[in-house]
Design a protein around this ligand. Structure first.
Ligand SMILES: C[C@H](O)CC(=O)C(=O)O
Ligand SMILES: [Mn+2]
Length: 336
């Protein structure tokens, strides 16, 4: 059985929850703990990836470069990964991240737009980085369509392709179908990854279903720290994987301690499934829309759930954040 690669997203997906305000000192403390805990890959960047710091996506307190350097310095065995969304981050920023010591490039596109990542995936693979293609909003297409997109990413040079449940809208059955479709379509040496969100309370369950269906790269975040309802809670996932007979190589008690003593005090609020988070999963809307939708709803005096349900009906995707204001204004019956 292929060994699992355990990936932590607390310092990247978790950035959405802390409004991109982690400091290099905090990054170093979390990364050192994850390294001691035996996590294989630690992802660090703005929540929307390299170059995400902006009015549109939220301004970060520190540059990606400062945070990546802090993580690289803090680890002794884990690899440091960065996220890049073509159209937000640039190859220049990816080159800088690699020069600072990042060795895994996660290149993310909407689930039907793998072709916009051809250049970035090929470049990173040529530089010797391990490239993971990240097919976001995977619930929006049928498994066969997703598998075709995964094959494109593989053809550009991706060594891993992920089913990414950005909205937390999948359940164990629909997760397993997608992972199995990718596993069947890709070459045996190409790994399949699973990245989940907990909006329907299925974050850990979906990750387990993904692993049972053939995923070997598996993401989580300490205390579940991630956009909207958060990710699969990493320390819980490790315990559940071990109990389902899959060795992780992680030190569970060390991860529990880092989660409790280092990450929990940094969290602005506990990672619960509140009504807006649940509405995101139910509507099938991009998780990082949560804070934008809450702000827009407050500004126009409407219910954030109505905004989210309407965004879901319109099949709005990442990159269309400006539509959130339009929808809130329309629901309020005023001009944006
Ligand atoms: C940019 C997104 O936050 C990437 C991600 O983690 C997801 O789609 O889920
Ligand atoms: Mn995510």
């Amino acid at each position: 059985m292929t060994a699992l690669t355990l990936v932590d997203s607390s310092l990247r997906d978790g950035m959405h929850s802390v409004r991109h305000r982690f400091t290099p000192q905090q990054v170093a403390a979390v990364a050192a703990g994850l390294d001691r805990g035996g996590v294989d890959v630690i992802e660090v960047t703005h929540g929307d990836g390299l170059g995400g710091s902006s009015i549109q996506y939220g301004e970060a307190l520190h540059s990606d470069a400062e945070l990546i350097a802090a993580a690289v310095e803090a680890v002794s065995r884990a690899r440091v990964a960065v996220l890049l969304l073509p159209g937000i981050g640039t190859l220049r920023q990816l080159r800088e991240a690699q020069s600072l010591g990042a060795s895994v490039a996660r290149i993310a596109t909407h689930c039907t737009e793998a072709d916009i990542a051809a250049q970035q995936i090929a470049w990173a693979a040529e530089q010797g980085m391990h490239v993971a293609g990240f097919l976001m909003m995977s619930h929006m297409v049928q498994p066969a369509v997703l598998a075709e997109q995964a094959r494109l990413m593989e053809s550009y040079g991706a060594g891993t392709v992920y089913v990414v449940d950005s909205a937390g809208a999948l359940v164990p059955g629909t997760t397993a179908e997608r992972v199995a479709a990718l596993r069947a379509a890709l070459a045996p040496e190409t790994a399949v990854g699973i990245h989940t969100h907990n909006n329907l309370g299925c974050g850990v369950g979906n990750a387990l279903a993904g692993v049972a269906a053939g995923a070997t790269w598996v993401d989580g975040s300490l205390r579940g720290l991630g956009a909207s309802a958060g990710n699969a809670q990493l320390e819980v996932l490790v315990a559940a994987l071990e109990r389902s007979g899959r060795a992780t190589g992680a030190n569970l008690f060390e991860l529990m301690d880092v989660a409790e003593e280092v990450v929990a005090p940094l969290m602005p609020r506990p990672q619960v499934i509140d009504r807006s988070g649940l509405a995101i999963g139910y509507a099938g809307v991009y998780s990082s829309f949560l804070l934008h939708a809450e702000r827009a709803a407050e500004r126009y005096g409407v219910d954030p759930r109505d905004v989210l349900m309407e965004l879901g009906r319109r099949r709005v995707v990442g990159g269309q954040e400006d539509m959130i204001i339009n929808v809130a204004a329309e629901l309020a019956g005023v001009a944006a």
